[in-house]
Design a protein around this ligand. Sequence first.
Ligand code: HEC
Length: 99
Amino acid sequence: MKPFAALVSALIFVSSSGAALAGNAEDLITANKCNKCHTASTTKKGPSWASLAEKYKGKPEVAARLVTMLKTGGPDDHKKVEAPDADLKAIIDLVLSSK
Ligand code: HEC
């Protein structure tokens, strides 16, 4: 009985924290108006999330560079996001997991 209960609570923890993170990242993307230049699947001023996910597939090391880009604007003076690193990471995770 006990291992089962532990498994259930672990599952609840994983699914609820995952949902909270994704929700937060979506809110930040909306609040920072990323959608002015990016959409999930079509290229506007900036590349679509899906095309970025495709481009960086299998390159987990890119995430750290993109987090820094959101923090500092990067070499091309991209739009900056003022948020804790964990939130920036959540945004990038969401972008890089888009289809
Ligand atoms: C004013 C338009 C504009 C806004 C607003 C904007 N972007 Fe971008 N973004 C671009 C353009 C143009 C590029 C492609 C050129 C480049 O890499 O700088 C880009 C590139 C990117 C890339 C890929 C960078 C790379 O090196 O491949 C990511 C990730 C990204 N944007 C995320 C975001 C997020 C998250 C937001 C909201 C906080 C956002 N962008 C808001 C225009 C914008």
